[in-house]
Design a protein around this ligand. Structure first.
Ligand code: UD1
Length: 427
């Protein structure tokens, strides 16, 4: 296992490019199960999670190869309907093979993903959606067993106690694409990655309308076909680089960004006092450039995470690091995963003053963090610790950084190119 060493307080300068969106590529790869024809997916980030999904597709009977940033998926013969615990338990995104397997094979046996460090993470909305389409669901031995003679379109309300669900929307959208008749999903998640998935499915021949809104209308089709597709930029990686630029007061240009997907984070950074300059892209795939400047005093701001277009929970911990070094008091409230606060203890080990109060964190900004050995606990919390290490005085050691590799492509290389002093050592 590797640990990451960061020598803090380097001046960061230069250009950094954003990779393809992890949360797009995972359901898009699952959607390739809906056809026996070849799919070519471009701009795929080379991440641990991408490799886990490739392994899962192979275990289900597909050929899947990653070459540079393109994944080609073809069929080898019969598709297997069992998604094994070993793969699904390591990555919750794997659970979105349920909809495609059920739609294509009329049966699926998919391991329950289980809880994780950021909370309990139930799958009731996924199962509600599959039942509404006519599937019989049995949960047994840690697996979801789903069967249907045929799936039929229906009117489905997919809101849960924490609002919409990204992967439940993905699962139902994929299953409904091959169901008989029309499906309407209300309280659908509106995340850009779901728009990307719907666009991919439509290129395969699906008939989906309303993507990006809470009401999706899906006219089922008899079959879907192979296609080529280019994945959108990762807005969470882009947001992390924006916060990096803010926290280090660096001179960083972030390339290959779709800034329309970053409105909530840009709004909060502007409220804090940063100025964000951006080039106007003709469309989000044209890859705009974005730069953050400091022109006045920076103030603490309060943030509440919400489903898109609200402030993303996946940037909550990174923004907390920024607030931890912004003098004054701020409150960050988590409304998507109310237990996603494991990073507080580690940030406090580096001299931050953060107190948890239910689903909120109260942050008293300090002038300076100090380096300490810390432990990465999940993907985004690891990014928060990297940001902390980059502004801390001294040498920070972050252990268990395999979490980072789940969602940030070549992060240490990208940071080194910006002038950061970051390297790996064996633990
Ligand atoms: C996806 C993202 C993850 C992001 C999250 C919220 C992927 C691969 N992962 O995860 O990075 O942090 O969206 O933006 O795209 N819930 C239920 N019942 C369900 C499903 C979810 O109550 O059946 C709850 C969850 O516990 C959570 C909330 O709904 O409190 C939102 O979760 P959800 O949108 O489903 O997250 P994921 O799709 O798993």
């Amino acid at each position: 296992m590797d640990k990451l060493i960061i020598e803090g307080k380097a001046r960061l300068k230069g250009e950094v490019s954003v990779s393809g969106a992890k949360n797009s590529v995972l359901p898009i790869l699952a959607a390739t199960l809906l056809t026996d024809e070849e799919c070519r997916i471009e701009n795929c980030p080379n991440l641990r999670d991408t490799h886990t999904m490739i392994k899962l597709l192979r275990s289900l009977g597909k050929n899947a190869e990653l070459n540079k940033n393109t994944i080609t998926v073809t069929s080898k013969g019969k598709t297997n309907y069992i998604a094994d615990y070993k793969l699904v338990s390591t990555m919750r995104g794997s659970f979105c093979v349920l909809g495609p397997l059920l739609a294509k094979l009329k049966m699926a046996r998919v391991s329950l993903p289980g809880g994780c460090i950021i909370g309990v993470r139930p799958v009731d909305l996924h199962l509600k959606g599959m039942r509404a389409l006519g599937a019989k669901i049995n949960v047994q031995g840690g697996y979801v067993e789903a069967k249907a003679n045929s799936l039929k379109g229906n009117h489905i309300y997919l809101g849960g106690i924490f609002g919409s669900s990204v992967l439940a929307t993905a699962n139902v959208m994929m299953a409904a694409s091959l169901a008989k008749g029309k499906t309407t999903i209300e309280s659908a998640a509106c995340e850009p990655e779901l728009v990307d998935l719907a666009n991919f499915l439509n290129k395969m021949g699906a008939k989906i309308k309303g993507q990006g809104s809470p009401k999706l209308e899906i006219e089922g089709v008899k079959e879907l076909h192979g296609t080529e597709y280019n994945v959108i930029p990762d807005r969470i990686e882009a947001g992390t680089f924006l916060i990096l630029s803010a926290i280090t007061r660096g001179d960083i240009t972030i390339k290959d960004v779709c800034w329309e997907h970053l409105s909530a984070i840009i709004d909060k950074l502007e409220e804090a006092g940063f100025v964000i300059e951006k080039t106007d892209p003709p469309d989000c795939r044209a890859g705009c450039k974005i730069q953050l400047r400091v022109k006045r005093k920076i103030n603490p701001v309060n943030v509440t995470t919400l489903p898109y277009p609200g402030f993303p929970t996946d940037l909550q911990s990174q923004f907390m690091t920024l607030m931890a070094v912004t003098p004054g008091v701020s409150v960050i409230t988590e409304k998507v995963f109310p237990d996603r606060f494991i990073h507080i203890a580690e940030l406090n080990r580096m001299g931050a003053k953060i107190m948890r109060e239910g689903a909120s964190a109260i942050i008293e900004g300090v002038k300076q963090l100090s380096a300490a050995p810390v432990m990465a606990s999940d993907l985004r919390a690891s990014a928060a610790l990297v940001l902390a290490g980059l502004v801390a005085k001294g040498r920070t050691e972050i252990s268990r950084i395999y979490h980072l590799e789940r969602g940030y492509e070549n992060l240490d290389e990208k940071l080194t190119n910006l002038g950061a002093r970051v390297w790996r050592e064996k633990e």
